[in-house]
Ligand binder design. Structure first.
Ligand code: OOB
Length: 550
């Protein structure tokens, strides 16, 4: 509005901005202002709980403003980018609200990311600082952050959440606690500004960073909270890695805060730990990916000694296609209402509604959350398909981005000239308005909700000294939905690389563990399509027919 937008950000067209404001979808409120308003209205209500902390709204608000003041002292300014790599713990909420209060932009990284992901993300975002924990699940994140800082010139500071008081800080790293200053004056933040950068799954080359504004994201959070019926009594358990869009805002932790409810955290999503957290915190709602939902359902169906799960009212499943058979079991096994969620960090989120008939809840991925969402289902020539036929889903609307951050090549591929986002998903539309997700166009593997780009993994495999050529395909897996199969042409057919050596090699490139191949299949020649491209479909068929090393 008043100041020029962040360079590299593609705004909505001016008439759309006026329209969304006039319809009060975009209200002009920022996330920082939202928290302060909740803290003023109900200071003593519990905002965040985890194993070690229990913060009221007043406390969370004060902590985030005090940290924002400390960040400013460190030289972090409005619109600066800051990598945030934290597991599910209370400090995550404190840190992101501190950055919101300051008008600086968190860049949401996952705890599983390693230097092969973080260095390009830091470089592409021009991050000036990184907030992480010293150690998590016995991995040395302080050392990882130091590697990233040394590789990326803009990155001046590393701030660590430290549990061990004897921690030794490397040069350029500090204890986050030292920046909890007395809250001071903070700059005005414009709700039309970018609030944070989210990551698009599985990209190659320059990472695809997703700029979301306070206005657009808060609208999606508000609509999500309405649809999922949140209120002050809601206790949302962050079970999935919290930096994902799903646990963040669908309705997730931000929805819980919007509604004046409580955010509870579990660093470990397995039934043993998560069920205990449900009993301890009185959790009413959580979101799961299908493989995790299956683990929970199987544990509950097995019976025996279990924590009291009676507080739990709604379980959401999303991030990857939930098999109908699993969807049918969730409600009865856990004593809850199931809600399917089909969304993307770029924007559009679809929900089944809590009062939908069972065939909708079990057999569809729901419908867009907003009447202002627009969808088109098209063939490969961008012509609309007959209703009910499979096609490529495109969307635009009040919370779907118009472009990735500072990435013209990706934008040319993923957005049409008139602002439609090509989701890459193949869907069909039922007469009742609900979508059924059929698969993905393009070369991706959705491994239990984590997206892996075939191209990215192939590039790593091609660096392997024993591999001449490699093709990654996703193959069906009863638990994960898809698993990662690497077809490789060995340089020397006498000594083909094994699964173990390939996995070790890939791990040493410094990439997230979920991208490791699950299987390696040696093949002499790749089957080709009519136009000389490797045919992934034929490779999948070979695998289904039991093809193994020759
Ligand atoms: C969520 O967001 P992302 O950005 O990690 O991944 C988006 C992609 C979608 O384009 C689709 O391919 C897949 O994940 N997906 C699903 C799905 N939910 C997401 N595929 C089939 N069925 C579903 N229910 O994954 C995300 C963001 C917000 C809310 C929920 C999920």
């Amino acid at each position: 509005m008043s100041s020029p937008a962040l360079p590299g950000f593609t705004p909505w067209p001016p008439d759309q901005i006026d329209h969304y404001r006039a319809e009060t979808l975009w209200t002009g409120e920022t996330f920082g202002a939202l928290l302060t308003a909740r803290a003023t209205a109900s200071p003593e209500a519990i905002a965040v709980v985890d194993a070690a902390n229990r913060w009221t709204y007043a406390e969370l608000d004060r902590r985030s403003r005090s940290l924002a003041t400390g960040f400013a002292r460190l030289g972090i300014r409005p619109r600066d980018r800051v990598l945030v790599q934290l597991p599910n713990r209370a400090e995550f909420v404190e840190v992101i609200f501190a950055l919101f209060q300051l008008g600086a932009l968190p860049v949401f990284c996952l705890p599983a990311h390693r230097e092969a992901e973080l260095i390009p993300i830091a470089a592409a975002s021009g991050a000036v600082a990184m907030v992480t924990c010293a150690e998590h699940q016995r991995f040395d994140h302080a050392a990882l952050a130091d590697t990233v800082r040394r590789a990326v010139g803009t990155l001046r500071h590393v701030l660590l959440v430290v549990d061990d008081t004897a921690h030794e800080f490397a040069e350029g790293a500090d204890d986050l606690a030292d920046y909890r200053d007395e809250p001071g004056d903070l700059p005005e933040v414009d709700a039309g500004d970018v609030a944070f950068l989210q990551l698009s799954g599985g990209s190659t080359g320059i990472p695809k960073l997703i700029p979301r504004t306070h206005d657009d994201y808060l609208y999606s959070v508000r609509r999500s909270a309405e649809i999922t019926d949140l209120g002050p009594d809601t206790v949302y358990l962050a079970t999935l890695p919290i930096a994902h869009n799903f646990p963040m805002s669908s309705p997730g932790i931000l929805g819980a805060i919007y509604a004046g409810g409580t955010v509870a955290m579990t660093p470990d999503p397995t039934p043993t730990t998560a069920f205990a957290a449900i009993e301890r915190f009185g959790v009413t709602l959580t979101g799961l990916v299908p493989p995790l939902a299956r683990l929970w359902v199987e544990r509950a169906e097995k019976g025996g000694e279990l924590p009291d799960l009676s507080s739990l009212k709604v379980v959401q499943v999303g991030g990857a296609r939930c098999p109908d058979e699993l969807a049918r079991r969730v409600g009865p096994a856990l004593g809850v209402t199931l809600q399917q969620v089909f969304g993307m960090a770029e924007g559009l989120v679809c929900y089944t509604r809590l009062d939908d008939p069972i065939d909708v809840v079990v057999g569809t991925q729901g419908r867009p959350m907003s009447d202002y969402d627009r969808i088109r289902i098209v063939d490969d020539a961008d012509e609309e398909v007959e209703p009910g036929t499979d096609g490529n889903l495109m969307t635009q609307g009040p919370y779907t981005i118009r472009g990735y951050y500072d990435n013209p090549e990706a934008n040319a591929r993923s957005f049409t000239a008139d602002g439609w986002y090509r989701t890459g998903d193949i869907v069909s539309l039922r007469p009742d308005g609900n979508l059924v997700v059929k698969g993905r166009a393009g070369d991706w593997v959705n491994r239990g909700g984590e997206k892996v780009s075939a191209e990215e993994l192939e590039a790593y495999l091609l660096e392997h000294p024993g591999i001449r050529d490699a093709v990654i395909v996703g193959t069906p897996d009863p638990v994960l939905g898809q698993r990662i199969c690497a077809f490789v042409q060995p340089l020397d057919p006498q000594t083909p690389p094994t699964l173990t050596t390939v996995r070790t090699f890939v791990r040493e490139r410094g990439i997230a563990a979920w991208k490791m191949p699950d299987a390696v299949v040696t093949i002499a020649e790749f089957p080709e399509t009519g136009v000389g491209k490797t045919s992934r479909r034929d490779l999948r068929r070979l695998l289904a027919e039991g093809h193994r090393a020759p």
